[in-house]
Unconditional design. Structure first.
Length: 310
């Protein structure tokens, strides 16, 4: 909402890609850098340092916000009728469902079972596994940043990015299953993880499509809804993946440090992911292209008066 008020709506995908780039940069510190720091100083000192740095960054953000907010228009007033417009805006539902599916598949591998799968199935040590996730996050950073600028060179279209991301997700999940089936090398899995990172780079396009398909007064609610649904999908999928892995606990190797699940357990997870990726592909084709225009229609089917101003 603040990006819209401080800058031209035409710049929304590019600015959002910059915000996401910074977010992924923060997440990347939780891979190899954090692993190395904890090996050197334990958990307590690195987490305390990160907490102090976060407080400093928040203080700087508050100072900048106060300086610029005085001249910015305050247009948002909470109203339950706006919530209703967002929830019953059926044209936005392909985006609202497609993005959470895609994101949850990516997040499951990046933040939940990916590193453990590499350790269990490929015998990769913890530091190398963290390195793979670090490369995955770095790829997501660069891909998301570049994808925010891509619509400017594609006749302002967003839908091709959404379709491409779901196809890449489907192909990558299939490749991961085949890799587990054939006992592929660590380099093969690294390539698959990079593919998943590329697939998530469509987030700026997805959010822009939702923003331009929603009532203007409900943009903040719509974006909050897609974020909430994305992390709800993560919570559900991680729970489902954990349940599937636990179904193979009897055939798992239990040591004093951890439980090593068999490849069959992870293949079961990827069968579920493959089905989800197919649904995501279908939803991506149902998305309505916006080309940067505000295409939301009122319940009486009358279009909005104009497109976004320059």
């Amino acid at each position: 909402k603040m990006l819209d008020e401080f800058f031209s709506p035409r710049l929304f995908p590019q600015l959002l890609s910059v915000v996401l780039f910074m977010g992924y940069a923060g997440a990347m510190t939780a891979t190899v850098p954090l692993q190395m720091a904890t090996n050197a100083w334990g958990w307590r000192t690195p987490l305390l340092a990160l907490g102090i740095l976060s407080c400093l960054a928040y203080a700087v953000a508050l100072l900048l916000r106060r300086r610029g907010w005085k001249d910015a228009p305050r247009t948002f007033v909470f109203d339950w009728s706006i919530v209703g417009k967002v929830l019953f805006n059926w044209r936005a539902y392909p985006v609202l469902l497609c993005n959470p599916i895609n994101f949850s598949i990516y997040f499951l591998l990046q933040g939940n079972i990916g590193k453990k799968m590499l350790e269990d199935c490929c015998g990769i040590p913890a530091v190398s596994g963290a390195g793979t996730i670090c490369i995955m996050l770095f790829t997501a950073m660069i891909g998301t940043f570049l994808a925010g600028f891509a619509p400017r060179y594609m006749d302002n279209r967003r839908k091709p990015l959404a379709i491409a991301s779901t196809i890449i997700t489907l192909a990558t999940v299939a490749a991961l299953y085949c890799g587990l089936q054939s006992g592929a090398t660590a380099g093969y899995f690294l390539g698959c993880f990079v593919g998943l990172a590329v697939s998530i780079s469509s987030v700026p396009a997805m959010v822009s499509l939702l923003k331009e398909s929603s009532p203007r007064e409900g943009v903040a609610i719509a974006v909050g809804l897609i974020n909430g649904m994305s992390y709800l999908a993560v919570a559900i999928l991680c729970s489902v993946a954990g349940f599937i892995l636990d179904c193979y606990r009897e055939s798992a190797v239990v040591t004093a440090e951890r439980v090593i699940y068999p490849m069959e357990a992870y293949r079961g997870v990827f069968v579920v992911l493959f089905g989800m990726a197919i649904v995501s592909c279908v939803l991506a084709w149902l998305i309505r292209e916006t080309r940067g225009e505000h295409i939301y229609r009122h319940p009486d089917n009358t279009p909005v008066a104009d497109e976004f101003p320059e």
